[in-house]
Design a protein around this ligand. Structure first.
Ligand code: SF4
Length: 158
């Protein structure tokens, strides 16, 4: 007999994990309530920590393109001190994908506007622009449905 997979990837900072660049979390009651309501088991991920970045860390933003562009080599992610950070973000995205595959997650709730986790919006050159983060782009490319913490009603629960 098959059982529905109740596991879902969730940006760890939304669950109260202090993994953000500033060493803080961004707990989201709506996400926690949503998980409870639908009896979902969160698999917390922080792609930036998974990519080897320290906490706290200097913030990064896109200077060219978005996460999909970083994956195809045409985008650029720059740290506040000018360092180009594409490799660490790609590495973190690959580790997040591996965790999704290990836990057989086919869906995710990720934090909007993050350079890793952004779903519909990212920060580019200090402006909020349409686009997605590097991890969202890689998860989507592997068939994982990614929803933003700001769009929970749109998620489909089997
Ligand atoms: S990479 Fe994602 S999980 Fe980690 S702090 Fe940023 S938004 Fe949160």
């Amino acid at each position: 007999m098959s059982h529905p997979n109740r596991a879902i990837l969730v940006s760890a900072c939304l669950l109260g994990v202090t993994c953000r660049y500033d060493g803080r979390s961004k707990p989201c009651q709506a996400v926690e309530q949503f998980l409870r309501q639908h009896n979902l088991i969160a698999v917390p991920i922080c792609p930036e920590q998974l990519g080897g970045l320290s906490t706290p860390r200097l913030p990064c933003e896109f200077t060219h393109g978005d996460g999909a562009d970083v994956l195809n080599g045409s985008g650029k992610l720059q740290r506040q001190d000018g360092a180009i950070m594409n490799d660490a973000f790609i590495s973190g995205a690959r580790q997040a994908l591996l965790l999704a595959q290990i836990t057989r997650c086919n869906r995710a709730i990720l934090k909007e506007r993050s350079p890793s986790c952004g779903v519909n919006a990212i920060i580019r050159n200090a402006n909020t622009e349409p686009g997605c983060g590097v991890t969202t782009a890689l998860l989507r490319a592997h068939g994982i449905a990614v929803t933003s913490d700001e769009q929970l009603p749109e998620i489909i629960i089997a």
